[in-house]
Design a protein around this ligand. Structure first.
Ligand code: ZN
Length: 234
């Protein structure tokens, strides 16, 4: 439960010398105190309007609004209009808005995992960016599906990338347990002996577009498929 308050702060005192007091009829003794009302929860959240109190120094009375003359009304309305509420009184609302906007802003900027947690969404978002720029010697982490076998998590190395359309890859000899192993891997830790000798030809255009690859053997039977879990090992 949130407890909020409506607070008010006196923001201006207006001496009204040209009008007489509706109460004692003496001229030159009226003071209009302008107040700003605002909601408060640990800090000002939003302005909640303006109000005023009219006092007479002669009869020392507070003159209720219902007794104000038309001219007094006009002065109050003009002062109310002219007083620009300082930004400070919006600070809570701005703060709340910013907090609320942060996730959206980060998504726009491609920051999907600001705290570096082991979260697939980080690599999934980055993977879409990475796969547009695949080049020779890149090492990728993939979910590899070979001829109907159970999928395996493997590292693959791009040994050759030709004319933006075709690339040749070698898969790692080692299989990994889960996609989470990806986070422990570094490109610098791999050497050529970690990969099989056999080279697989893949369609680079299709990989960029879809994040997956189907490699066909020469007899056009599906051979190997790199599934959608696909990330650059850096
Ligand atoms: Zn008076």
């Amino acid at each position: 439960m949130i407890f909020y308050q409506i607070r008010s702060k006196q923001v201006k005192v207006i001496e009204i010398n040209e009008l007489e007091c509706p109460n004692c009829k003496n001229k030159g003794h009226l003071q209009l105190f302008l107040f700003l009302k605002y909601t408060w929860i640990f800090a000002p959240i939003l302005p909640a309007g303006k109000t005023a109190i009219l006092e007479c120094n002669s009869c020392e009375q507070t003159i209720p609004i219902k007794n104000w003359t038309k001219k007094l009304d006009v002065i109050f309305k003009t002062e109310k209009k002219n007083f620009k509420t300082p930004f400070y009184y919006y600070s809570g609302a701005v703060f709340i808005l910013l907090i609320w906007l942060i996730p959206f802003t980060m998504m726009k900027m491609g920051i999907t995992n600001p705290f570096g947690l082991n979260d697939d969404s980080k690599t999934m978002g980055q993977a879409i960016i990475d796969r547009q720029h695949i080049k020779e010697n890149d090492i990728l982490y993939v979910n590899l599906l070979v001829n109907g076998e159970a999928p395996k998590f493997k590292a693959v190395k791009v040994v050759k990338a030709e004319d933006e359309k075709v690339a040749y890859i070698k898969q790692s000899i080692k299989s990994y347990e889960t996609f989470k192993d990806f986070y422990a891997l570094k490109a610098a830790d791999f050497s050529n002996s970690d990969f099989e000798d056999e080279t697989l030809k893949i369609n680079l255009e299709y990989l960029r577009k879809t994040g997956s690859v189907v490699e066909a053997h020469e007899d056009n039977k599906p051979g190997i498929a790199i599934m959608s879990y696909f990330s650059m090992i850096k």
